[in-house]
Design a protein around this ligand. Structure first.
Ligand code: AMP
Ligand code: FE
Ligand code: FE
Ligand code: ZN
Length: 306
C-alpha cells in the first residue's frame, strides 16, 4: 500500500507519517538548559483528540517547559490547561488559531498571550463558532445531495464541546462507514475545491489583528508553507503581523531558513510548534519535536510588556 502523505489545507510541504523530521527539529529533551516550548497544539475544544489535561500531561512527559494551546476559534481549554500546567510544572501560554481571508485564500493566524477573558474577543469567537456550525450544515447538505447519508447529529457528536471543523466531518463519515479512510473525506469531498467544500466565515487580517491587540496579544502567521507568497506575507506584515511560525512539520529546513530570514529582515518574532491534533490524524510522531527555545518565548513577552 502506498503510504499516505499528510497535507493540510495550506498545502504545505508534506511529510509521510513516521518519516524522519528535519534535523533542525529538536527534541524537547535536548541539552538546552533554558528548555523548549511547543507553541501550536489542539485539544477536544477544537479538532484535537486529547483533553486539555491529557495534552498538558503529554507536554510534561515530552519534557517541554511551555505549551501554547491554540484551538481553532476557541479558548475553552485554557482555564483547565493552565490549572494542570501549574500542578505539573508546564507553563501554559494562552493561544488561539483564527482564519482570516487573504484574497481567495484562507490563512491561519495564531494569537498568543492575550487575556482569554477579554469580552470582545470572546464575542468574536462565539460568532465564529456559530458560523462554523452553519458551514458544517451546508457541507452536510451538499453531501446529502450526493446521496451520502451523513447527519448533523453524527458531526455534532464528533465535535462534542469543540468548535466544529472539517476533521469532525471526516471522522463522522469514517465512523458511519461512508468512507474508508480519514483522508478520503478530504480527497473526495471536503478538501479545498472538492464537491462538498464550503468556505468558513473569515475576517480580514486588519480586523483580526485589531481584536488580538485589543485583548493584549501578539499575532503570528501559522504554517505559511509554500503557498503563502512573499507578496501576501508582506501584505500581512503591513497590516500588523507580529511574527511568523517558522518551525512547523510542513516546513523543511530550507523553508524554515527562508522564513527566519523574513523575520530578521522585518524585525518580527519567531514562533514554532507541532500543530499536534492526535487521534485519527495520526500525528503522534510530531509531538515534542517541533519546538522553539524558551528565549523565543521571552522575546515575545518583552515585546509585549516593554
Ligand atoms: P477547518 O478549520 O474546518 O477548515 O478544518 C481545517 C483542518 O482540516 C486543518 O487544520 C487540517 O487538520 C484538516 N485538513 C484540511 N485539509 C486537509 C487535507 N487535505 N487532508 C487532511 N486534513 C486536512
Ligand atoms: Fe486543526
Ligand atoms: Fe492551521
Ligand atoms: Zn493548528
Amino acid at each position: 500500500m502506498v503510504q499516505r502523505v499528510e497535507t493540510d489545507n495550506q498545502g504545505g510541504a508534506a511529510r509521510a507519517p513516521g518519516s524522519d523530521p528535519p534535523s533542525s527539529a529538536r527534541p524537547a529533551r535536548s541539552n538546552d538548559s533554558e528548555g523548549r516550548a511547543d507553541l501550536h497544539s489542539h485539544t477536544t475544544h477544537s479538532d484535537g483528540a486529547l483533553t486539555p489535561q491529557e495534552l498538558v500531561q503529554k507536554a510534561r512527559d515530552a519534557g517541554l517547559t511551555a505549551l501554547a494551546i491554540t484551538d481553532h476559534d476557541n479558548v475553552g481549554a485554557l482555564d483547565e490547561a493552565m490549572e494542570w500546567g501549574k500542578s505539573l510544572g508546564v507553563e501554559v501560554i494562552p493561544g488561539v488559531e483564527l482564519s482570516v481571508s487573504l484574497g481567495e485564500k484562507d490563512v491561519h493566524i495564531l494569537a498568543y498571550f492575550f487575556d482569554h477573558k477579554n469580552q470582545t474577543l470572546l464575542e468574536y469567537l462565539t460568532f465564529f463558532r456559530q458560523e462554523r456550525l452553519k458551514r458544517a450544515e451546508r457541507i452536510v447538505e451538499k453531501l446529502n445531495k450526493m446521496n451520502i447519508p451523513l447527519t448533523m447529529e453524527a458531526v455534532r457528536e464528533q465535535a462534542g464541546v469543540g468548535s466544529v471543523g472539517r476533521p469532525h466531518i471526516a471522522n463522522a463519515l469514517l465512523d458511519e462507514g461512508l468512507i474508508e479512510s480519514y483522508h478520503e473525506a478530504f480527497e473526495r469531498y471536503i478538501g479545498m475545491g472538492g464537491p462538498a467544500f464550503e468556505k468558513k466565515y473569515q475576517v480580514n487580517p486588519i480586523e483580526a489583528f485589531r481584536m488580538i491587540t485589543g485583548a493584549g496579544g501578539l499575532s503570528f502567521l501559522a504554517h505559511p508553507g509554500k503557498y503563502t507568497t512573499d507578496m501576501e506575507l508582506s501584505q500581512l506584515i503591513k497590516a500588523g503581523l507580529d511574527g511568523i511560525e517558522v518551525v512547523h512539520p510542513s516546513h523543511d529546513e530550507k523553508l524554515q531558513e527562508h522564513y527566519r530570514g523574513v523575520v530578521n529582515q522585518y524585525f518580527l518574532l519567531e514562533s514554532g510548534g507541532s500543530d499536534f491534533h492526535g487521534g485519527k490524524k495520526n500525528d503522534d510522531h510530531v509531538f515534542g519535536l517541533y519546538t522553539v527555545p524558551m528565549h523565543a518565548v521571552e522575546t515575545m513577552r518583552s515585546r509585549l510588556f516593554s
